[in-house]
Design a protein around this ligand. Structure first.
Ligand code: ADP
Ligand code: MG
Length: 586
């Protein structure tokens, strides 16, 4: 129960609702006790009539009719109160679920990228949906049924005790046996359903992968093989579900057996006591049988409740572990920072902690506000890493990274990111309309500004050919666009942000040279007063830059202007000559 204590703050938050639920439950239980009493009374009246007939048949009829009416009224009231109890307590659990989901989601967003690399997406999703759902089962049904059982037990046993302590004792005798049996079966159900769930999640992640990789599967014609793998999994799932069903079906008969046993005890012991004159009238026996039946279902539900609590405990543990996770990148400056756009690397070294890859070694360079710097180099040379560090998606441990002469970790994190327009290497688009994907860079942008940005990114002409134009909704990961189109929408998104710093990571790689030329010309105008870093593997993207940096294995091996670099032997000149001849050939 230790982990579940975390939820106490929510019980406190919704304390009035919770207290109201408790009060309603108590009243509902009291009302439901009238029925056995009235039935007992009716039987007593009938029995008395058959023994000593000084009462008239009319008297009996009116007593019975009165009892029936009362039973109807109290049952309706008890039913209505039970409905209110559910309304109060279950609705409270929905509020808690809502709050907890928001809390988890909010925490997800502050955590750093390294957290997302350590955890699988499936795990993250199940925490916010399944785990929170299981916790809700504790806050709602488990608490409600426990409360219900507790109150019913107290109230019913007090009633029974007042009528006959001895008969109470007899009739409760089988209950420990009942709860033990039910506990055993419930834990078996719990274990088997856990195995079944596990198998189910394997099955669904298997199918999910198949669906996303369906193109490869069809192209390699391995449908039959995958079909067999699926069948094996499905077979396993069937076996597990059958074994669960077997135990499940034991539950009902066991209940009936044990209730029957209790009834027998009451009839026998009660009968003996009646004969000996230890209980006042025969109606008491009927009354007790009804009481016993009122007690058995709550006892049975305890087994179920205990498995709910166990599951909730495990889920809450996972949630707690994650809520304890501290973001590695923290904002240490509560004041807002003005950002002009000077970027300075001083002997920066960077190693990715999880892979131990030394991506950058002793990097030093400066980009003055308004300057454009191009970074070139082979794949894996560390180009993207440099851009990631400027957005502070990772913190550096070696050297210094200054933004406007201030160490980057002292700059207000939000302001820093708000002043950087990024086009990442893998253009990610949300499954939303194209317009909204572009407006992502600036929520308040007007339609004209969206079109303006798309024109600068040379994608406007493509967009208007779609039948829905800017309102075209992209599929998951923007699958309906070509690679080059995705890159250009992604550029438009960065441009509309109009930030003083613009980071372009190889964002023209899937664009043909003619379009590239057009975009570069637009960028030349747009970026005139902006600090721009453009990562590329083409000379065309680099040659107009104020400075060109050549990276190799995390080190700067050359830097200078286009004119300086073509004079030197090295990577840049080789690339220049190669791309020159390619152009001539085409
Ligand atoms: P480039 O952009 O020049 O192709 P990167 O900066 O992406 O190069 O990568 C530099 C090196 O760092 C590569 O060896 C790559 O494998 C490694 N690397 C890049 N990103 C990560 C990451 N998120 N985690 C671990 N290693 C990474
Ligand atoms: Mg890269």
């Amino acid at each position: 129960m230790k982990e579940l204590q975390y939820l106490n703050k929510y019980f406190i938050k919704y304390k009035y609702r919770f207290l109201l639920g408790i009060v309603i439950t108590i009243v509902a239980q009291i009302f439901s006790l009238f029925t056995p009493e009235l039935i007992g009374n009716s039987i007593k009246v009938i029995e008395e009539f058959s023994r000593q007939s000084d009462a008239t048949i009319g008297d009996i009829k009116s007593t019975l009719l009165k009892n029936i009416l009362l039973i109807l009224v109290t049952t309706v009231i008890a039913g209505f109160l039970t409905f209110l109890m559910r309304q109060t307590l279950i609705v409270m659990s929905r509020y808690v679920e809502f709050d907890l989901k928001n809390e988890v989601y909010q925490h997800y967003q502050v955590l750093s990228q390294s957290f997302y690399k350590k955890n699988r997406t499936g795990d993250l999703m199940s925490r916010i949906s399944e785990d929170v759902g299981k916790v809700r089962m504790y806050v709602g049904p488990a608490v409600m049924y426990s409360l219900n059982t507790l109150i019913r037990f107290t109230v019913v046993i007090i009633y029974m005790y007042n009528i006959s302590p001895t008969l109470t004792l007899y009739s409760l005798l089988p209950l420990p046996l009942l709860s033990y049996g039910i506990f055993k079966i419930s834990s078996e159900i719990h274990i088997r359903s856990g195995k079944f769930q596990e198998n189910l999640s394997t099955l669904s992640s298997f199918s999910q992968e198949i669906f996303s990789g369906i193109r490869v599967i069809k192209a390699y014609a391995i449908e039959n093989q995958k079909q067999d793998e699926f069948s094996a999994l499905a077979q396993d799932s069937r076996d597990k579900s059958m074994s669960l069903a077997k135990v499940n079906s034991l539950f009902g008969p066991l209940m009936i057996l044990l209730i029957g046993l209790s009834n027998l005890v009451v009839i026998y012991a009660g009968g003996m006591m009646y004969i000996n004159g230890d209980i006042p009238d025969i109606g008491v026996i009927a009354q007790f049988i009804l009481y016993i039946n009122m007690l058995t279902w709550p006892v049975a539900s305890l087994g179920w409740v205990s498995s709910l609590v166990q599951e909730a405990e495990a889920s809450q543990k996972r949630i707690n572990e994650f809520l304890k996770e501290q973001p590695e990148i923290k904002n240490s400056n509560p004041n807002s920072s003005e950002i002009i756009g000077k970027i300075e690397f001083k002997n920066v070294g960077f190693t990715y902690e999880d892979t131990n890859i030394n991506a950058l070694k002793d990097i030093s360079f400066t980009v003055n506000p308004g300057e454009t710097v191009a970074i070139l180099g082979k794949t894996g040379s560390g180009k993207s890493t440099i851009l990631t560090l400027i957005s502070r998606l990772y913190d550096i441990k070696k050297g210094k990274l200054l933004i406007d002469n201030q160490p980057i970790h002292e700059v207000n994190l939000n302001d820093l990111r708000n002043h950087i327009g990024v086009v990442p290497q893998d253009a990610f688009l949300f499954s939303d309309s194209i317009k909204n994907n572009i407006k992502f860079g600036n929520e308040d942008a007007t339609d004209e500004e969206v079109i303006e940005a798309a024109k600068k990114a040379v994608v406007h002409d493509n967009i208007i050919t779609f039948s829905n134009g800017y309102d075209t909704v992209l599929g998951e990961r923007g699958i309906t666009l070509s690679g080059g189109q995705k890159q250009r929408v992604s550029i438009a998104r960065a441009l509309i942000k109009n930030a003083p710093i613009l980071l372009l990571d190889d964002c023209l790689s899937a664009v043909d040279t003619e379009t590239e030329e057009a975009i570069l010309n637009n960028l030349l105008v747009f970026c005139k007063d902006k600090t721009t870093i453009i990562v590329s593997h083409r000379i065309s993207s680099a040659k107009n830059a104020d400075k060109i940096i050549i990276l190799e294995e995390g080190e700067i091996i050359q830097q200078g202007t286009h004119n300086q670099l073509v004079e030197q032997e090295g990577y840049y000149k080789e690339l220049y000559l190669k791309q020159l001849t390619e152009k001539e050939i085409s």
